[in-house]
Design a protein around this ligand. Sequence first.
Ligand SMILES: Cc1cc2nc3c(=O)[nH]c(=O)nc-3n(C[C@H](O)[C@H](O)[C@H](O)COP(=O)(O)OP(=O)(O)OC[C@H]3O[C@@H](n4cnc5c(N)ncnc54)[C@H](O)[C@@H]3O)c2cc1C
Length: 298
Amino acid sequence: MKIMEKPIEPKAEDCCNSGCNPCIFDIYQKQLLLYNKYLECGETDDTSPQENGLSQLKYTVFTVVENKTICDLHQLITFKKKTENNNKVWWKPGDHFLFKFCGAETACTRAYTPVKVEKGENDSDFSVIVKQYDNGLVSSSLCGLKVGDSTYWRGPYGHYNLKPNLYEKIVMIAQGTGIAPFITIIEHILKDEDDNTKLLLLYCTECDKSILFREKLYAFKSFWNFKYEIFLSRLNEFNLKYQEPISKHKLSTEYLSDLKLSAGKNQFLLCGSQMFTACYENYLKNILGIDKKNIVLF
Ligand SMILES: Cc1cc2nc3c(=O)[nH]c(=O)nc-3n(C[C@H](O)[C@H](O)[C@H](O)COP(=O)(O)OP(=O)(O)OC[C@H]3O[C@@H](n4cnc5c(N)ncnc54)[C@H](O)[C@@H]3O)c2cc1C
């Protein structure tokens, strides 16, 4: 019989204060109910996330196996579980993990989106792409990690449920590292030959050097159901690949309205800073008349 461990109550510092849904405290309450049920009838829920190599309720130690600069703004950091066991680390498309920062004077938690480890590094568990903010407490600490350093993670958390063929089209609007959850969603849909959902990615970033997953997106172009456009906010000269859809201007609301996206069978996913998502959410809802149930914020 499967044994269920008593869930550990999160501390206030374990919450990343980003308004996640569900929050780690909701997950704790849910696990506590399951645990009480287990104590009463000796049964445990087989779908419990405890089978994952990463836990939602306590921190797991991961060692840094690589910390690679991908441009002036971003680092790609790859992690491997410190203590080997048979449980693989898994997450649903769109999920995020929580990283615990322990400074000399303060401890806190921040959310980061896992991405699959690149080929050739299969021995590792997950990577994150981190944007370094000026004076960013946790991002600076992550970017400064060295190979062999120990880090503390919990997860996965997320509210997005991907169902094949539920929508005619999924439109994703991303800013910067906000592309990370969408890459996993796109890969998941394109891998499923029976999923006919059309995908449109509108990806906003600063300049050509800060474009994440550039090669991958270009390769996805060969799928009949995937289209994308990259919008750059800073103008500079650079070489485009053959028919590479990069616009040297910001994504405008007029561009969105010209797409003539009807409310009915389309879903809209937004990921970026609060200001960015609020701007496009308002436009979709108030100008294009998209129902709020068809809009998902990450
Ligand atoms: C669900 C989720 C997933 C996330 N995934 C990723 C990810 O994969 N990669 C990643 O790099 N970040 C991601 N983030 C953002 C991340 O959690 C931190 O907020 C970010 O790293 C900044 O933390 P910090 O401690 O370095 O900055 P802080 O010390 O909190 O802030 C320092 C300065 O940076 C500014 N700042 C902080 N965050 C932002 C922001 N998002 N946009 C604009 N300015 C900001 C602040 O206003 C402040 O001036 C995610 C956030 C959420 C909620």
